[in-house]
Design a binder for this molecule. Structure first.
Ligand code: PMT
Length: 224
């Protein structure tokens, strides 16, 4: 069904939520189902790319024909998996919803209920996209921006700070967009600040739009 136009291209995709353990029974996470990232992995592999999919906890079956499938739990695991596979990829698409914070301490035993409130201190996680942006050289880095307000301004800030080639913004408050749905409504923002808003599409259609743009960027680089 898809044209084989990404043969020889090596693309790493991150998908799903991260899980930050608090004790053996509890964790902090978010509502990402992995559908967006898995759709990108599926379409990229179907178009002939060599795909490395790094996935948080999801209920979805990994697509066929992946070069590598790496299951991770925490943001730290995802960081390690991404960095150790970075060299062998031409492009990275960061559709995962990475926790910005993790519990400061992990309790080996279940935390017991006590009188009064419980305060949990959180530490910052590394920003994986930012770390890639610092060392990526001529690799393509595509980010997502999941926002509930001031979408475009926030996305523009992220593209510059994280040295991304473009960013895909989705508004978590719009119905048919964001977490858990089979569709998404996205705006793509370029480095120069120009923006294209797309209508509601399936996540596979969104994947095709993103991959078409990556193909053009990679083709331009190889012809230099
Ligand atoms: O999985 P689904 O249910 O299909 O939902 C899809 C989605 C809503 C999760 C997806 O479309 C999406 O928007 N993913 C990015 C979610 C997110 O974490 O956005 P952010 O605005 O917090 O982060 C911006 C970018 O930095 C993202 O590319 C993110 O992967 C990256 N990041 C963020 C924090 C961090 N510590 N490390 C990162 O690399």
């Amino acid at each position: 069904k898809y044209e084989q136009d990404l043969v020889g291209r090596k693309i790493m995709i991150t998908a799903g939520p991260t899980v930050e353990n608090l004790d053996p029974v509890r964790y902090l996470t978010n509502r990402s189902s992995g559908k967006m990232g898995y759709a990108i992995a599926k379409v990229a592999a179907a178009r002939g790319a060599e795909v490395t999919l790094i996935s948080g906890k999801t209920d979805i079956k990994p697509p066929e024909n992946l070069k590598k499938f790496i299951r991770i739990e925490s943001a730290e695991d995802m960081y390690n998996a991404v960095i150790s596979n970075l060299d062998e990829n031409d492009a990275v698409i960061k559709s995962a919803a990475v926790a910005d914070y993790k519990p400061k301490t992990y309790s080996d035993n279940k935390i017991k209920k006590k009188d009064g409130d419980l305060i949990i201190e959180l530490d910052r996680n590394k920003d994986i996209a930012y770390e890639i942006g610092k060392i990526k050289n001529d690799k393509i880095l595509v980010g997502f921006a999941a926002e509930t307000n001031d979408i475009i301004e926030n996305a523009k800030g992220k593209i510059a700070k994280k040295n991304m080639d473009f960013i895909v913004a989705n508004n978590l408050k719009e119905s048919g967009a964001g977490f858990g749905t089979d569709t998404n409504i996205v705006s793509i923002i370029e480095k120069d600040g120009s923006m294209t808003k797309y209508p509601m599409m399936t996540k596979e259609e969104v994947a095709s739009v993103i991959l078409d743009k990556i193909k053009i960027l990679l083709d331009n680089k190889s012809s230099l």
